[in-house]
Design a protein around this ligand. Structure first.
Ligand code: NAD
Length: 311
């Protein structure tokens, strides 16, 4: 497990970071940057979420403008494409308050074409823009071990390096603007498929009456092992669907990868099936649950568990 860097580096204290979107992911990421010695000024639409950052020595902003003005780098970690478009290009948004040369790193998971549009609008205002979506979940955000897939200009990637190294342990430049989002869409396809098969395996093992903990342990050591199994099997076994990563966000991401695959002229038959199952969970009001909640629907399809047993 990587620990955030100790507060020490003088160059860090010289660099100020406006951090917009302090939710499940953004709050620990911003806190890690503050712990590493950066001057972090955070903004979130619901202001109570800024408290954690302030406890880590960060500052609270009351608007996007306040988080943007004077910052060397602005990071956004928002739910969806319209949120990023509004925060960056909207009236009194990032671009309206930015200064030339400022670096904008959007770490949200959004549509690749929206990332390209944001980068183009940023370039017109003299900003440097990267799309840098992440994988690794809430645990990866807290530990500073995220996998970060970056689209944009190589020189801007270089500039962002020290900041991204605080947040992640696998940081890869994958191509021009939007490429980070394309790779992230593939990531979400793989994670969704893994989760669904894990849910099916656990329902099957439960129905067969074998020791679940022992089963999960040995499966984790073979070819069936995965980060999804390591991090999510216990949630399914214990019916703990506290988010984590909300099904509503994975529903958004299945929409992203479905559209991107169509655009690329390829089909994703298994992905399409999982997308429908996630869609069913969201439609019936389970969008607030962690995506390990795929287990819930899967077990119900086999009439294994009454709804009352499930959180
Ligand atoms: P979240 O809903 O917990 O956090 C988003 C935050 O943005 C919220 O606190 C919300 O109040 C704030 N916000 C929304 N609109 C705003 C606005 N206009 N101005 C200021 N703040 C605003 O979501 P999250 O789980 O932190 O995910 C953020 C992004 O990261 C999403 O795109 C998601 O797909 C992606 N992601 C999440 C995970 C995960 O495990 N949670 C993992 C990888 C990537």
């Amino acid at each position: 497990m990587k620990r955030p860097r100790a507060r020490s580096g003088e160059h860090h204290t010289m660099t100020s970071i406006g951090f917009i979107g302090l939710g499940i992911m953004g709050a620990p990421m911003a806190a890690n940057l503050a712990d590493a010695g950066y001057d972090v000024i955070g903004y979130n639409r619901s202001p109570d979420k800024i408290d954690a950052l302030v406890k880590h020595g960060g500052r609270a902003a009351t608007s996007v403008a306040e988080a943007t003005k004077g910052a060397d780098i602005v990071i956004t970690m928002l739910p969806d494409s319209p949120d990023v478009t509004e925060v960056v290009t909207g009236a009194d948004g990032v671009l309206a308050n930015a200064h030339p040369g400022q670096l904008l790193i959007d770490m949200s998971t959004i549509r690749p074409e929206v990332s390209r549009a944001v980068a183009a609008a940023g370039a017109e205002a003299g900003l440097r823009v990267l799309d840098a979506p992440v994988s690794g979940g809430e645990a990866g955000a807290i530990e500073g071990t995220l996998s970060i897939m970056v689209g944009g200009k190589p020189a801007d990637f270089e500039t962002a390096g020290p900041v991204l190294e605080v947040l992640g342990s696998t940081i890869v430049h994958v191509g021009p603007s939007g490429a980070g989002q394309t790779v992230k869409a593939a990531n979400q396809l793989i994670v969704a498929g893994n989760l669904q098969l894990l849910a099916e395996a656990i329902v099957f093992l439960e129905a067969s009456g074998v020791d679940l903990d022992a089963s999960v342990r040995v499966l984790g050591g073979g070819l069936a092992g995965s980060t999804v199994l390591d991090r999510k099997a216990a949630n399914m076994v214990n019916r703990d669907f506290t988010p984590g990563f909300r099904l509503a966000l994975h529903h958004k991401d299945m929409g992203l990868v479905t559209a991107a695959a169509r655009e690329a002229g390829v089909v994703i038959p298994l992905g399409a099936t999982v997308a429908q199952l996630i869609g069913a969970l969201v439609a019936r009001g389970d969008g607030h649950l962690d995506h390990a909640g795929l287990y819930k629907l899967t077990s119900e399809l086999s009439h294994r568990l009454p709804d009352a047993d499930l959180r």
